[in-house]
Write a protein that binds this ligand. Structure first.
Ligand code: PMV
Length: 360
């Protein structure tokens, strides 16, 4: 390309960076906020990063001359907790996902927290692409905000801000999406009720033969976001209190079952967690139902597999997709069982991934 004066305004090649993050599947679900303004969860959740569901994000500083006012001036992560950002201190983000521009309002709180945490006030451009359908209930927001938080923190570091800890990056990701706090932490992570960040329970090597079969029922975008759905559940469902009350005990028990690598015992809790979460939203006004007829066919298939002695423990999130927890030995049995069901594409088989990474 011929060089001309405009080239000076373009990001420098060495200024851009690329990160990879994974969708995070909750074995024990987060549903409902204790504090909506700070995006703190009402229930503890336990999640795993899924190697088969990846998001790659390229981050560019839009104006290389707009350097951060960093040099050791970074605040503790979670600056958003205590004070509102002055209007002009927030970085601006232009984000595209699979080539489609995103509404800047969705990222404003995140960018404000990022600026306050790192002191970086330049404008950014991020281009994200997912290996799976976005917005269909496959935790694309968890992977997306984990990638953004890691990428932005690395960009700020390359421009002089102190390196953020994994927990600080998790707290930053949480401002964008609660489940993203877990996606920053690889392997098995726990995000306690009311906490600002997730922490690691065990890395991926703890349970190498654990697998998740992802049955995509439809690639259509969901009409009701998890953020709106959980808020409606909190405000209108008479079962929300019971859901929250029970969640702590389930999470403690799940931690023990993960430590023991007991798939049958963990699977039983995984099923109870998603079923109770959906029961709480079915009782909202108006009721929230993400399940489709094909989702139920997959649930029936799991029942039938378990009756035949195959470990197949389903879970569902804010969407119609079904994810099935099993082990490497039984993946083929699960896939064969799904063959008769009209899914939106071949099921994906995932193992557990470690932390998201900076690739370049
Ligand atoms: O991260 P959010 O705000 O999209 O909420 C995620 C909610 C669930 O996916 C349904 C459960 C979870 O813990 O990931």
């Amino acid at each position: 390309m011929p060089a001309d004066r405009d080239d000076e305004q373009l990001p420098q090649a060495q200024d851009s960076l690329q990160v990879r993050a994974y969708a995070n599947l909750a074995l024990i679900k987060y549903w409902g906020k204790r504090d909506s303004r700070r995006n703190l969860p009402a229930t503890p959740s336990i999640g795993i990063n899924l190697s088969a569901l990846q998001v790659r994000t390229d981050i560019y500083p839009d104006h290389p001359e707009a350097r951060p006012s960093t040099s050791g001036a970074a605040h503790k992560a979670d600056a958003r907790e205590d004070r509102a950002a002055p209007e002009d201190s927030s970085s601006q983000l232009r984000l595209t996902i699979d080539g489609t521009s995103q509404e800047p309002e969705r990222h404003q709180d995140f960018m404000t927290a990022f600026s306050q945490t790192t002191g970086y006030t330049g404008a950014l451009r991020a281009e994200s692409s997912a290996s799976f359908p976005a917005g269909a209930g496959l935790a694309s927001s968890a992977a997306g905000f984990a990638a953004l938080a890691l990428g932005c923190s690395e960009l700020a570091r390359r421009h002089g801000a102190p390196r953020m800890t994994r927990e600080d990056i998790s707290a930053l990701a949480r401002v964008g999406s609660g489940s993203a706090a877990r996606a920053v932490i690889g392997g098995f992570s726990v995000f306690p009720a009311g906490a600002h960040h997730a922490t690691q329970l065990a890395d991926a090597a703890h349970w190498p033969d654990l697998r998740v079969v992802i049955a995509t029922v439809t690639t259509r975008r969901k009409e009701l976001s998890s953020r709106d759905a959980m808020e409606r559940t909190r405000l209108t469902s008479p079962y929300f209190g019971a859901w929250v009350e029970d969640a702590e005990r389930m999470a403690d028990e799940a931690e023990r079952r993960i430590a023991a690598r007991d798939l049958e015992a963990l699977g039983e809790l995984v099923r109870a967690s998603y079923a109770r979460m959906h029961a709480s939203m079915l009782a909202a006004r108006p009721p929230i139902r993400y399940w489709l007829p094909v989702s139920l066919q997959v649930l029936d298939a799991c029942d039938s597999l378990r009756r035949d002695g195959v470990p197949a423990f389903e879970t569902m999130d804010a969407g119609p997709q079904v994810k099935i927890l099993t082990n490497a030995e039984h993946v083929d049995r699960v896939l064969t069982k799904l063959e008769g069901i009209s899914l939106a594409g071949t099921p994906l088989v995932s193992s557990i991934a470690d932390d998201p990474e900076v690739l370049s």
